[in-house]
Design a protein around this ligand. Sequence first.
Ligand code: HEM
Length: 267
Amino acid sequence: MSESRPRPPRFGEQDRKLSYGSYLKVPELLALQQLLSDPPAHDELLFIVVHQAYELWFKQLLFELTSARDLMMKGDAHQAKHLLERAHSIERVMVAQVPVIESMSPQDFLEFRQHLAPASGFQSVQFREIEFISGIKDERYMERLVLTDAEDERLRARLDGPTLWEGFCALLESRGLHMPGDDEDARRESLLKIARDRRRFAEEFFLSEALLTHDELFALWRQHHVLMVERQIGSKTGTGGSTGAGYLRTTLDKRFFPELWNLRSYL
Ligand code: HEM
């Protein structure tokens, strides 16, 4: 008798309309790691997974930074700070991920490195988008990178669109703190006013600190990346054709918000 009774659904099987795998597209995701080495070099899977994980974090980071900028444009300091803090968490993960790729020995990397040229992290479009929205806009990338039409459109929109700093200045302006685009001294006066009266300007002050933390954590990633590169390839040239670590060292002083760093000297 009990044999004909339909089996009640087990936990996790309810009516089977949506599942973990179908919602998150897990089969599609797991099909995206395609090795070039044949026979497969053991560490190439790690190399691909780590880079893909970074691109996913870049995607989320861009989403949060764009929203934070738009919120600042609308004068919402509280929510903008909340999203910037999420961006910090992502950036800490990005820094913490470096030892995973560092667990690869240079000898094992050499098993497949020759297949990679001329591909390089230098060509990461999302990385340039993050730089652009954060304020480091270098139009030359539009020519130097080989872009699909969709990538070209995305990067151009970042080049033409407002930066986080512009969002911050708009927010301060809306609160009577002048941040004229053509007068750095006047901007410094406003920033000093905020910094010297943190209780009165608590929202503005902690928002500026959140911007600075974004800058600092990104600079930290650059430092960890170059050390990891030196550990992997020493003074060899990069697969993208640069001098390698030598080139990367020239990027270490890049800062998104120089005026927030300079402010320290005036306090
Ligand atoms: C074995 C590991 C790695 C090595 C040896 C390496 C090496 C290099 C080198 C030599 C460059 C300079 C450009 C070139 O000539 O290729 C570069 C740039 C870059 N790499 Fe890596 N990289 C590694 C892992 C990663 C990972 C995991 C990421 C994460 C996405 C990454 C992202 C980038 C980015 C964004 C740039 C451009 C930096 C800039 O122009 O400021 N790299 N990498």
